[in-house]
Design a protein around this ligand. Structure first.
Ligand code: ATP
Ligand code: MG
Length: 443
């Protein structure tokens, strides 16, 4: 039987409605994905410099991991998770809305802290059922750093410096660092009582979410995005005033290290973050250039999560950044990013020379040049004119013309395609290694 659908079948096919991507989940097409790969590459190098190692955990986790880890009364768990039942065995599963819980689960499951602390990083897709808008998607991508097993403020400082150095490495400007301390559970408890008293006095201005959370998770109310509650949130008692000596010492030590390293920050006593697992240090890197989706990176300490996921208690700290937001901000700031166009495009007027030419192209590639081979879209290789047109649309900086005359003399013509008035030159095919580098773009 033939694989080609019958006429009758293909006419039925064309009657089908086009299938499009799920709302809020985007394809990343080649021009754009080149920028993603560049950013991921910079991150990998920087992580290696800081001696952080890559970890890859599953995209699907047991629902209980997030309910227990992030907290039942959080936006993510209450409204944003893609949870489903496995049809085959009834397991309750969830597409990961973030990766800290999964990393902690893996660290516990593999007893990774057995021989001491770990510095880890990850990259990958996360899923949250939110209202899609610029900078807010249902499948989005995070890069995250997690350090487990170290207690001192120098590690809080290290992860913040790591993010700060990433902004430097990619040329990102105008992100400000906001810092707060959430203290320890007993301190949170006294603050919680004060918060409840405060919000009870202002019941009238509380929205539905806030009313529901008043007695279950009043701290969460501080994380509201509702402008109508701005005032009641701003006048709420501040956790900072409930911190004991040890918590304050940790916070001040962190601040000293940041000061000594010239990292500027501001204190934001209302910064609480979206998950319940944080304690002591919390921070966000924020920009004013992306409208209301201005948080590009957020994190903090989570010393109790490992125990909550069933591990032996151990301290931890980390952050996650939104890849889409970082790239959008770079674009907003006019930073030129690579777009993966080839260095050179090979024009071969006579198809019979292709076998020989392909050999030269492979030699050029081995020397580090990105070369696109011309291929005809119909019969044969097409006219010189159409080949030049393709060379132009490829974005390559140079056309390499492997004409019959050139090949007889063991040469190739190199024609600059982008320089105004750039002159064509002839190069020898006998010593490609002496001039191949001149084709390479600087990026
Ligand atoms: P927001 O306040 O914008 O909802 P968040 O506090 O929920 O952010 P985190 O859970 O801290 O975000 O995630 C870390 C980073 O991931 C954010 O700072 C942001 O850059 C990115 N991020 C979070 N949710 C989304 C989303 N739905 N689409 C795109 N990026 C996101
Ligand atoms: Mg959110």
């Amino acid at each position: 039987m033939s694989d080609i659908p019958s006429k009758e079948f293909s006419s039925k096919l064309s009657a089908f409605k086009k299938i499009t991507a799920v709302k809020g989940m985007n394809d990343v097409l080649p021009g754009e994905s080149a920028k993603w790969e560049w950013l991921e590459g910079v991150v990998r190098n920087l992580m290696a410099r800081y001696a952080y190692r890559n970890i890859r955990t599953p995209i699907v986790e047991p629902t209980a991991l997030f309910v227990r880890g992030l907290g039942e009364v959080t936006d993510i768990v209450e409204k944003e998770m893609y949870s489903f039942e496995d049809r085959l065995n009834g397991e309750a599963l969830t597409l990961r809305p973030e990766s800290t819980a999964g990393v902690v689960r893996a660290v516990v499951e593999h007893n990774m802290l057995y021989e001491g602390g770990k510095r880890l990083y990850y990259m990958g897709p996360m899923f949250r059922h939110e209202r899609p808008q610029r900078g807010r998607y249902r499948q989005f991508h995070q890069i995250g750093a997690e350090v487990l097993g170290f207690q001192g403020p120098e590690i809080d400082a290290e992860v913040i410096l790591l993010a700060h150095d990433l902004w430097l490495a990619i040329g990102l400007k105008n992100v400000r660092l906001e810092l707060n301390s959430l203290g320890q559970p007993p301190e949170r408890l006294s603050h919680r009582a004060a918060l409840i008293t405060h919000f009870e006095k202002h019941q009238a201005v509380l929205d539905e979410d806030a009313k529901r959370r008043l007695y279950t998770n009043p701290l969460r109310i501080l994380d509201t995005k509702n402008p109508a509650m701005k005032e009641v949130v701003e006048s709420a008692p501040q956790l900072m005033n409930f911190l004991g000596e040890a918590s304050l010492a940790h916070f001040n030590a962190l601040r000293q290290i940041l000061d000594a390293n010239g990292v500027r920050y501001s204190l934001n006593p209302r910064l609480v973050r979206g998950m319940d697992y944080y304690n002591l240090t919390v921070f966000e890197f924020i920009t004013d250039q992306l409208g209301s989706q201005g948080t590009v990176c957020g994190g903090g300490r989570y010393d109790y999560l490992i125990e909550q996921v069933g591990g032996k208690p151990a301290p931890a700290v980390g952050w996650a950044l939104g890849l889409e937001r970082v790239l959008a901000l770079l674009e907003e700031q006019g930073v030129q990013l690579p777009d993966a166009t080839p260095d050179a495009y090979a024009i071969v007027p006579d198809a019979s020379n292709l076998p020989l030419v392909l050999n030269y192209l492979r030699q050029l590639r081995a020397l580090g040049v990105n070369v696109q081979m011309h291929a005809g879209s119909g019969e044969g290789v097409g006219s010189m004119k159409s080949q030049f047109k393709k060379a132009d649309t490829s974005g390559a900086a140079f056309a390499l013309i492997f004409g019959a005359d050139e090949l007889v003399q063991n040469t190739v013509s190199v024609k600059p395609l982008r320089e105004v008035g750039g002159a064509q030159r002839t190069e020898s095919l006998a010593n490609l290694d002496t001039w191949a580098h001149s084709l390479q773009s600087i990026s």
